[in-house]
Ligand binder design. Structure first.
Ligand code: SAM
Length: 281
């Protein structure tokens, strides 16, 4: 069965944006609240009670970490383009300097909906104008040739940061391998990738068991093996890339003075990686 067909828009992209809006000081995302709506709000309250009340803070810190990483690289002129794979409703374009070019890639129904809402909010002066390009693609289909052409047309030879967060958990290993080899095709020496994923030990945690129970009850029947986890070794062995930063919820909590409320077993601890393409001469 197609996993994505029963994990719907408000269970993924809307969820993530709501968590970011719940603690703006921690996420540093003052625009996430635009996506709040009563339906998602009701689901989120159940999710926080039944899965993990720490989820607000894990999502806020993920946003904060990638936002600050990208901001620093843009300020030092190391990147000029941000390409967000599975961008959902994230609001990085409006939180970053207006000189950056943005390519937002997600399923067609998501990018179309996002583009229309962004335009509406820009017309109402709720959001600033940005250099934004949307591309609708399904990573489980044959997308590479056309997408490469579209990306190269927008990006030309400019240095870029590719972001993939909150997505790999829902893909399978072949799709993930396909994406990372595609990143290598897009990028040149000195470019960056930021990736978020869970490690194998997540699946033995109480938090994951609760998540699975919640998804089975609320979304559809899935099993443990439907959700992808990756070890550090995956990132360390990617050809042409060096792992230059690795954080998780616990390390970021220290950096940003976040108080951890629950025991580790009750937290869905996501890991965050920054890779730099460095070709051997
Ligand atoms: C949990 S949301 C995360 C969104 C965003 N990256 C963020 O952190 O706010 C997951 C996103 O991945 C996208 N996604 C999942 N599977 C995909 C696929 N096969 N092709 C394209 N996009 C996909 C979903 O449409 C959704 O927008």
């Amino acid at each position: 069965m197609d996993k994505q067909s029963h994990i719907q828009i408000h269970e993924t992209a809307f969820f993530t944006s709501s968590f970011r809006a719940f603690n703006e000081a921690l996420s540093a995302d003052k625009y996430a609240k635009l996506w709040l709506n009563p339906k998602t709000d009701a689901w989120i309250q159940e999710y926080l009670t039944e899965v993990s009340s720490e989820e607000t803070y894990t999502h806020c810190l993920r946003n904060r970490f990638f936002l600050e990483t990208i901001k620093d690289l843009a300020a030092s002129k190391q990147i000029e383009v941000l390409i967000n794979f599975g961008s959902g409703f994230s609001m990085y374009p409006f939180l970053l300097d207006e000189s950056l070019i943005h390519i937002e890639i997600d399923k067609p129904e998501i990018v179309n909906y996002k583009a229309s809402k962004i335009e509406e909010w820009q017309n109402e002066k709720k959001l600033p104008k940005r250099d934004l390009h949307y591309v609708g693609v399904d990573f489980s289909e044959d997308y590479k040739t056309k997408l490469l052409e579209q990306i190269q047309q927008i990006k030309g030879g400019k240095p870029c940061f590719i972001l993939i967060e909150g997505v790999l958990f829902f893909l399978d290993k072949a799709e993930t391998d396909g994406l990372f080899s595609f990143f290598n095709l897009i990028q040149t020496d000195g470019d960056y990738v930021g990736s978020a994923s869970f490690q194998d030990d997540l699946k033995s945690s109480t938090a994951f068991k609760k998540l699975l129970r919640f998804l089975n009850k609320k979304v559809s029947k899935t099993s443990e093996s439907d959700y992808l986890t990756l070890q550090d070794s995956y990132y360390k062995s990617l050809p042409d890339y060096n792992l230059i930063d690795h954080q998780d919820y616990f390390s970021l909590s220290k950096t940003y003075n976040n108080t951890i409320h629950l025991k580790p077993d009750l937290i869905l601890n996501e890991h965050f990686y920054v890779l730099k393409k460095q070709l051997q001469s």
